[in-house]
Design a protein around this ligand. Structure first.
Ligand code: ZN
Length: 346
C-alpha cells in the first residue's frame, strides 16, 4: 500500500471488464464459458493478462483481474461452497427488482477450499502495481439465494461473513492490497443494512491488515436496473440512509456511483474523513466521457472529499460494454484525473 499512498488521486475500476470473445459471449452479462476444464483455467488466466494490460496501458494505478475469473460476481463464489444446491433452484426477486432463478441453501454453508486465491496469486505475479480484488458482500450473497435451511437472512449473512473472512485472509496473504466487497443490496434494504448488514461486513474484514472497500452502486446498465432507476425520482438519496453508519464502520474505502447519476454529490459530506472511490465513469451508456467531464465530476467531489482520500473510479463494472468502449472509458478516467492532479499540484 506504500505505492498507493504516494499517488495523488489513484485510479481504478469498480471491477469487471469485457471478456474476450474466445472466453465468453461479448457484451453479454453472466454469459457461459466457451472453454472447459484445463482449457478454461488457462483461458481465464490469458484473459486476466489481457485485462491487466488494458488497465496498465490506460494508465490505471490500482489494477485488478477485470473479473475475468468469474461468470457472475455472486454465484461463482457460492459455487465453491457446500450447503448450497445448484440443481434445486427457486425463483426469487433480486434486490426487490427482478426475478431470477437462484440456487437453494439446503444445509450448513462452508468453504472447503479457497475460491479466488490461486487467481489472485497469478495476478500478483504479473504486476508490481497495487492490486484490488472483489468479493461479494454477505447481504448481496443472501439476496441471490433461496434459503431453505437457516430461515433467517441475518443468520445466513453472518455465516457468509465468516466464510468471506477466511477467503479475504488468504487473498491478503497472496499479496492483494485492497479487498473490495460488492454490496449493491445496501442500496435497497436500508433497515437491514443498519441493523446487521454493516456489522456482518465488519465480521468479513475482521483481522485484515490490507485496505478494505465496499462498493455500493445502482447496478449494471441492464433493463431491470434502468427501469428501477426511473422510479427513484429526480434525486437519488439512497446513500443518505447508510452513509452515516458506514462512516463509523471499520471499512476503509467506500466506492460510490457519482457520474451521470442523480445522486446529489453533497451526500459525500456524510462520510467526510473516509476514503472514497468516486465513480466518474458511467457504465450504463456507450458514450465515452471526455477527460473534461471526468475532471468536472472530480472537482465537484473534491468539495466534499479531501484530495488525499479521493480515488477516481468507474460507477460500476464494465463487463457488458464492448472492449473498444471500455478501453475509451479507461483512458478518459486517466486523462480526466491527470487534469485535476495538475490543478491540485500547481
Ligand atoms: Zn456496481
Amino acid at each position: 500500500m506504500k505505492t498507493i499512498k504516494k499517488i495523488l488521486l489513484p485510479t481504478s475500476t469498480a471491477g469487471s471488464l469485457p471478456k474476450p470473445s474466445w472466453l465468453a459471449t461479448p457484451e453479454t452479462l453472466w454469459s457461459d464459458w466457451k472453454l472447459h476444464g484445463q482449457e478454461l483455467i488457462e483461458g481465464k488466466h490469458d484473459a486476466l493478462r489481457v485485462a491487466l494490460q488494458e488497465q496498465v496501458n490506460s494508465g490505471l494505478d490500482i489494477v485488478s483481474d477485470g473479473e475475468q475469473t468469474r461468470q457472475h460476481f455472486v454465484t461463482t463464489f457460492i459455487e465453491y461452497l457446500t450447503g448450497v444446491d445448484f440443481e434445486n433452484r427457486k425463483v426469487v426477486k433480486i434486490r426487490d427488482r427482478y426475478d431470477a432463478s437462484v440456487p437453494t441453501v439446503v444445509g450448513p454453508v462452508s468453504r472447503e477450499k479457497s475460491v479466488f486465491v490461486e487467481d489472485a496469486k497469478f495476478l500478483r505475479q504479473q504486476t508490481k502495481q497495487p492490486i484490488k480484488w472483489a468479493l461479494p458482500g454477505p447481504m448481496t450473497m443472501i439476496d441471490t439465494l433461496y434459503d431453505d435451511y437457516y430461515k433467517s437472512r441475518e443468520t445466513l449473512a453472518w455465516e457468509f461473513a465468516k466464510i468471506l473472512n477466511q477467503e479475504a485472509k488468504e487473498l491478503e496473504a497472496a499479496g492483494v492490497d485492497i479487498i473490495q466487497f460488492d454490496e449493491p443490496a445496501f442500496n435497497v434494504f436500508f433497515d437491514d443494512v443498519n441493523e446487521w448488514g454493516i456489522a456482518s461486513l465488519e465480521r468479513a474484514i475482521e483481522g485484515l491488515k490490507c485496505e478494505t472497500a465496499v462498493h455500493i452502486c445502482y447496478g449494471y446498465g441492464i433493463k431491470a436496473n434502468t427501469d428501477w432507476k426511473k422510479t427513484l425520482g429526480s434525486q437519488w438519496r439512497q446513500y443518505e440512509q447508510i452513509l452515516p453508519k458506514l462512516k463509523n464502520s471499520d471499512i476503509d474505502i467506500i466506492s460510490l456511483e457519482c457520474h451521470n447519476s442523480r445522486v446529489p454529490v453533497d451526500l459525500l459530506e456524510l462520510i467526510r474523513g473516509k476514503k472514497v472511490m468516486v465513480g466518474v465513469i458511467d457504465v450504463a451508456t456507450n458514450t465515452i466521457e471526455t477527460p473534461e467531464e471526468v475532471a468536472n465530476t472530480l472537482r465537484e467531489a473534491l468539495k466534499y472529499v479531501d484530495a488525499d482520500k479521493l480515488y477516481p473510479c468507474t460507477n460500476c463494472g464494465m463487463a457488458p460494454l464492448s472492449r473498444e468502449v471500455a478501453r475509451g472509458k479507461l483512458q478518459a478516467l486517466s486523462a480526466g484525473t491527470a487534469i485535476v492532479r495538475k490543478e491540485l499540484t500547481n
